[in-house]
Design a protein. Sequence first.
Length: 130
Amino acid sequence: MKNLWLVLNTWLRQARTEQTPFQDVCVAAVFRLLGRLGQLGLKENLPMSFQILAKSNNQFVTQQLSKGIPWEVQLSVICAIHDLAPSNPESALKTLESWRKNSTQPVPPAVIKCITQIRFLCRQTKSQIS
């Protein structure tokens, strides 16, 4: 897991115009992997790691996506947030809705479906609390 964070950190620090050690498609795959690993962590009853991972992805969207992050990486992060949404559906929904509102490209139907699913999860969570 430590190596995955190293890849992401290196990628974030490199200029978009320079020859890069990590291509965007590799970084997109890392985000998808993080989402999947987070789901596995939840199944293995490791909720704290799951929550930390979800929070990190949400912060990435909030802080980085406005800085010209390539579309394929954005979509991978969005999918990872969807994968990790059960740890904090309200935060995931807020992050995704903000991303959708600020997106400069048409949002794919699959992402809209993810947002709808998280919205449903939020309602379900609220009704269980009431």
